[in-house]
Design a protein around this ligand. Structure first.
Ligand code: FES
Ligand code: MG
Length: 571
């Protein structure tokens, strides 16, 4: 990618003072303050996003990884230029990390566009960061290559292997039920996340890294190499080289890789890895940036034919490092080849077939199953419709209790997250194991920021009695690391006038995953009466980013991007 004059390096860039010669002179004068020579400045410039932050332990290896990327860029004859963007960690982002994803996407887009660079290397990993960075880079339109920071290694406790944060929930559940005392849970908190890197189960971070490799946006094996491994640094070095080679080839820009065929490939992978439900929202947002739509019905159809092949928590037993040692994405892509379009191009200049062709056979591994012996016969997620979710809802049935996938129960309604927190553990709460827990006003506008509140805890008195799962439904999201019979992303959300706002405690709700239905068993006439009496709309924040978010965030089916950021803005 070069400017109109065909020149690279500092000449590229849109800053202009009406005199190109003077613009370059001024740019050089200032950058030379940092000691650069003309030789350095006349090379292809590779921007590298620096998302290291003391508040982001997942990105704790970003400084070393960036050093490796810089080395790769220089070995290939380019000039690396780091620049900071905001960094978003799941646990340190109030009110939710999802609330900040679009801010990070805007930051990334504008800084990539504003500063002179010929290509950009996106270094991220914690859940919202990679989607935000790809959304931004796709809109900025210059060649981009993703380097995930990589997953953590596993932890150990009393002979058991632990992973963030599927086991966080399981063990906290045991603590709530009185089976793990305060001293032991404190010890466990030091063992769940034993290294830098992203959560090492098939949560959102791993899901995004796998889909990104399938989209051809990262080099082969980039998704699963553990964060602390030397190989992760070599992946960085190779990606730095690849970025310079992309500039030499004149691209491709992300939009050339993000095609209907590659989105379909990503959906196949999302189903086959038993990936996070969040992955679907992020994929929809990325698609929106390049003028495409993710068709939920197509995603559901893919799920009916593509089996879950990866035996990883929370759907299975293993962790990302085991996936890596079993052959990682190339091996999975080869196994999935009947479902994939392997002619899809990648950042390497070749196609996805090259990735599948380098697959290694690892004797005795059981993490990547053959199609003949899948972990589950059908994909990880299903899309539900019905009078409760006219715009769709999602269930990760791979991580649900089979007996609850067809279930009718009495609704127990929580008005919002605060109401749920206040009443869920109240011994006086009338609730039974076969009830359906309903949470509303926890969608994109409602909470705001669509928190991962969809994993409603089992009420304490039921948990103590041994209840491990119940049907739970909401307009919220759920952590990709969670387990349960949980219906999410009910669209439209309650705060945007969705029928979820009309449910009353005592109503009957029917979940039928085989029929792909979620139904409120209340007559239409009664629902119309209730609708006339319901106020609904979320309060409008007075100012700032919260106001922008409230006014322009789309629903889950459009990826919760801001309407004006999509390539084809909505009406
Ligand atoms: Fe960062 Fe899980 S908290 S990936
Ligand atoms: Mg997560």
């Amino acid at each position: 990618m070069t400017d109109d004059s065909g020149r690279k390096g500092l000449r590229k860039g849109l800053t202009s003072y009406g005199d190109d010669g003077f613009s370059l002179f001024l740019r050089k004068a200032f950058i030379k303050a940092a000691g650069y020579s003309d030789d350095a400045l006349d090379r292809p410039i590779i921007g590298i996003t620096d998302t290291a932050s003391d508040f982001n332990p997942c990105h704790g290896n970003a400084p070393q990884l960036i050093e490796a990327i810089r080395r790769g860029v220089m070995l290939a004859g380019g000039l690396p230029m780091n620049f900071p963007t905001i960094s978003v960690h799941e646990s340190f982002a109030h009110p939710t990390s999802m609330f900040l994803r679009n801010l990070m996407a805007m930051d990334t887009e504008e800084m990539v566009r504003a500063q002179p660079m010929d290509a950009v290397v996106l270094v991220g990993g914690c859940d919202k960061t990679l989607p935000a960075q790809i959304m931004g880079a796709a809109s900025a339109g210059i060649p981009a290559i993703v380097v995930p920071v990589g997953p953590m290694v596993v932890g150990h406790h009393r002979g058991e292997v632990l992973g963030a944060c599927t086991d966080c929930r399981r063990l906290w559940g045991q603590h709530r039920a009185g089976r793990i005392d305060a001293a032991e849970i404190e010890v466990i908190s030091g063992r769940l996340a034993p290294s830098v890197g992203t959560c090492m189960v098939m949560g959102t971070a791993s899901t995004m890294a796998c889909m990104i490799e399938a989209l051809g946006l990262s080099i082969p094996y980039a998704a699963a190499i553990p964060a602390p491994h030397a190989e992760r640094l070599r992946c960085g070095e190779a990606s730095g080289r690849a970025a310079v080679e992309m500039v030499a080839r004149g691209g491709p820009a992300p939009a050339a890789l993000l095609t209907p065929a590659s989105f379909r490939n990503a959906m196949v992978v999302l189903q086959a890895i038993g990936g996070s439900t969040n992955g679907l929202i992020h994929l929809a947002a990325i698609a929106g940036r390049v003028g495409h739509r993710i068709d939920l019905e197509e995603f559901d159809r893919i799920g009916r034919e593509v089996p879950v092949l990866i035996d990883l928590k929370p759907s299975g037993d293993h962790y990302m490092e085991h996936f890596h040692h079993a052959g990682a994405m190339p091996r999975l892509l080869r196994e999935l080849s009947p479902f994939l379009d392997l002619d899809a191009p990648t950042v390497t200049g070749g196609t996805l077939r090259d990735y599948a062709d380098m697959a290694e056979d690892v004797p005795g591994q059981t993490v990547i199953r053959p199609r003949s012996a899948p972990l589950k016969e059908t994909g990880g997620m299903a899309v539900l419709r019905g009078n409760l979710a006219p715009g769709g809802a999602v269930i990760k049935h791979a991580a649900a209790t089979p007996a609850l996938l067809q279930h009718t129960g009495r609704a127990v309604v929580f008005e919002n997250v605060e109401d749920m927190t206040a009443r869920l553990d109240d011994p006086a709460l009338e609730v039974a194991a076969d009830d359906v827990l309903v949470l509303r006003n926890a969608g994109p506008k409602g909470a705001p920021g669509m928190p991962e509140a969809g994993y409603l805890p089992i009420p304490k008195k039921l948990a103590a009695a041994g209840v491990k799962d119940m049907v739970r439904i909401s307009d919220a999201r759920m952590s990709g690391t969670a387990f349960g019979t949980i219906v999410l992303h009910i669209t439209p959300e309650a705060a945007a006038g969705g029928p979820l706002a009309l449910v009353q405690t005592g109503d009957q709700i029917r979940l039928d995953v085989a029929a792909r239905e979620i139904t409120l068993l209340v007559p239409d006439e009664e629902l119309r009466t209730r609708a006339a009496q319901t106020g609904g709309a979320a309060p409008r924040p007075k100012r700032g980013y919260a106001r922008l978010f409230h006014d322009t965030v789309t629903q889950a089916d459009r990826g919760c991007d801001f309407d004006f950021l999509a390539a084809e803005p909505e009406d």
